[in-house]
Design a binder for this molecule. Structure first.
Ligand code: VGL
Ligand code: ZN
Length: 201
């Protein structure tokens, strides 16, 4: 079953938001235009409490985008973003969410960050998305959203591990770090991810 996963298409990741992805808003009309070709659509929201440990402001003397060692892993410290219930955490107002069957929220525990839609960054707790998709009969997962070098990429890595066939819709995603993304694209191709554009749907 052909399933679309719309990752973190939230105001804070759009131009004007607190962790803006360049041209992030350009994906909205593209996503709207392809939705009718899917059997199932699921969205995710980054959904942090104000005290979330991924925010630089919650670490004394640390600045935005600094990296620290945290629970044995390197963690980038971000500006405050996608605070539970805030306008910045809402999906883009022009995104047509009518057909969305479920919205999975992640990053809700203040001590754990979760880039992937499936697991937290330490792979300790599943979000339940794998079970949901498997029970629904989803087999081919098409990924779009923000940011392609972070949450979309880590979601795809887990989806491949969980045995789904994965497609990355290039023009329906934008990267935070465009240079880093070139490297990530090579990794995704090596993992067996199909790189497609919206025109082929
Ligand atoms: C994201 C950084 C921090 C994303 C979420 O959705 O790509 N990036 N939290
Ligand atoms: Zn986040």
């Amino acid at each position: 079953m052909k399933t679309l996963l719309v990752i973190d298409a939230q105001n804070d990741f759009m131009p004007g938001g607190s962790l803006a992805v360049p041209n992030g808003n350009k994906i909205v009309p593209v996503i709207n235009s392809i939705q009718d070709t899917f059997d199932l659509i699921v969205a995710t929201q980054d959904w942090h409490p104000k005290a979330h440990s991924s925010f630089a402001i919650n670490h004394d003397g640390k600045s935005d985008f600094e990296k620290i060692e945290w629970r044995g892993k390197m963690q980038t410290l971000w500006p405050e973003h996608c605070i539970q219930g805030s306008k910045g955490a809402k999906l883009h107002p022009e995104l047509n969410t009518t057909k969305y069957e479920a919205i999975f929220r992640k990053g809700t525990d203040k001590n754990i960050d979760s880039y992937s839609a499936f697991y937290d960054n330490n792979h300790l707790k599943p979000t339940g998305l794998t079970g949901y998709l498997k029970e629904k009969g989803a087999s081919q997962l098409y990924f779009c959203g923000l940011a392609s070098d972070i949450c979309v990429y880590f979601s795809i890595c887990d989806a491949i591990k969980e045995g789904f066939e994965c497609f990355f819709i290039e023009d329906a995603s934008k990267a935070l770090d465009i240079e880093a993304f070139e490297n990530i694209k090579t990794k995704m191709i090596a993992m067996g991810v199909h790189m497609i554009t919206s025109a082929s749907l």
